[in-house]
Design a binder for this molecule. Structure first.
Ligand SMILES: *[C@@H]1O[C@H](CO)[C@@H](O)[C@H](O)[C@H]1NC(C)=O
Ligand SMILES: *[C@@H]1O[C@H](CO)[C@@H](O)[C@H](O)[C@H]1NC(C)=O
Ligand SMILES: *[C@@H]1O[C@H](CO)[C@@H](O)[C@H](O)[C@H]1NC(C)=O
Length: 344
């Protein structure tokens, strides 16, 4: 869903004007049990991730010294200077009949040509006088918490049941922190909204979170970053479209149950989380952010950035470094990769 065009009017009450942003597709790079941010060097890491962006993605990506733009030879993203890596958990269907698992396929977002992966946004909601500070080399962060068992992440981490009278703006009142417990004929859209304010000093923090902050307690930002984190940064957001509509048996849904489970074992879904490692070439992201208010830069057509064709973006792939079967199309697995236990 391209919520901004649909809701230009609805959002005006909350935001002073319809602001330009980047919105572009990044196709799948690889799917594997790797996590250079939370478990660097670990082979395999505990659970499966679906990863997009530059092909220098690696099990270990030492901040600053591992220079993504010079190590990469291609990216799965529309903007060919964006060698960042973005990843989230994968989603599996667990058969209520026999307990076997199938990796849920993804589909392309509205108006975007892509092969799996995600839609990535860079949004200016915390900008003051139109100005934001782009991330520095070595910058990384996490949104959401895999151990979350409360409803608390709804403003930043949410799920939308598509084809069932959905809402408009990301993580609005019609979305849920949990995976929807009804059948969603149009699939499920998972949204991960990152913080939009930075402490101005640290490229990372031990929990990969405390160097950044939300300006509104979560969700989409506003131009009032807290004094502890005064620097307005681009607000990164992921949208992941899960093709859950193909799992149609209505007895699998309702009364608080649904048949999907994230690769880290979460069958509630509010532990959904996203990881970000900055890797734009030189000052390309800063140039794009500076150009947003001029109208010369928006969505997937930013005139100050280099754009590659969807076909070229889809050609960029990386073979697994952690070689194992994480679930091919239509395949049934006896367990989640890594034998991860399902928790409710
Ligand atoms: C990934 O890391 C391994 C060592 O862990 C190294 O041999 C390899 O060259 C790295 N790949 C890239 C693209 O840097
Ligand atoms: C397990 O159940 C699913 C449907 O829930 C079915 O499609 C699949 O064929 C079943 N597998 C086996 C081995 O019975
Ligand atoms: C992209 O922007 C340019 C002008 O900056 C315009 O000529 C072109 O039609 C736009 N393309 C799309 C697909 O919107």
């Amino acid at each position: 869903m391209f919520w901004r065009t649909l809701t230009a009017g609805a959002l005006l009450g909350q935001y002073a004007s319809a602001q330009n942003m980047l919105r572009f597709g990044c196709s799948q790079l690889t799917i594997e049990r790797a996590d250079p941010l939370v478990s660097p060097g670990q082979n395999p890491s505990p659970h499966t991730h679906q990863i997009i962006g530059g092909n220098s993605f690696n099990l270990t990506m030492e901040p600053v010294q591992y220079d993504l733009p010079s190590m990469s030879t291609c990216t799965t993203c529309t903007y060919s200077e964006d060698f960042s890596n973005y990843w989230t958990a994968s989603l599996y269907f667990k058969s209520p009949e026999n307990g076997t698992f199938q990796r849920v396929p993804q589909f392309a977002n509205f108006g975007i040509q892509q092969d799996g992966g995600m839609t990535v946004y860079y949004m200016p909601y915390s900008a003051k006088n139109g100005k934001m500070t782009a991330f520095k080399p070595g910058f990384r962060m996490i949104a959401g918490d895999p151990l979350n068992k409360k409803n608390q992440y709804k403003p930043s981490i949410c799920h939308r049941c598509l084809g069932n009278g959905e809402g408009f703006a990301p993580c609005d009142a019609k979305d849920s922190a949990e995976l929807p417990t009804k059948y969603c004929p149009g699939g499920i859209r998972a949204t991960v909204i990152f913080p939009s304010c930075w402490d101005g000093k640290n490229l990372d923090s031990p929990d990969h979170k405390t160097h950044v902050a939300y300006s509104n307690g979560g969700g989409l930002g506003s131009p009032n970053c807290p004094a502890t984190h005064p620097v307005a940064i681009p607000q990164v957001m992921y949208e992941i479209m899960w093709d859950t509509g193909r799992y149609k048996d209505t007895t699998w849904y309702g009364n608080g149950k649904q048949p999907f489970v994230y690769s880290f074992g979460d069958a509630i879904g509010n532990g959904q989380h996203g990881d970000y490692v900055f890797g734009w070439k030189d000052d390309s992201l800063q140039k794009a952010m500076d150009a947003l208010p001029t109208g010369r830069c928006a969505n997937a057509n930013c005139s100050v950035l280099k754009i590659q064709s969807a076909a070229d973006a889809m050609k960029c792939k990386k073979s697994q470094q952690v070689v194992e079967d994480v679930g091919k199309a239509g395949e049934w697995l006896s367990q989640l990769p890594g034998g991860v236990a399902v928790t409710y």
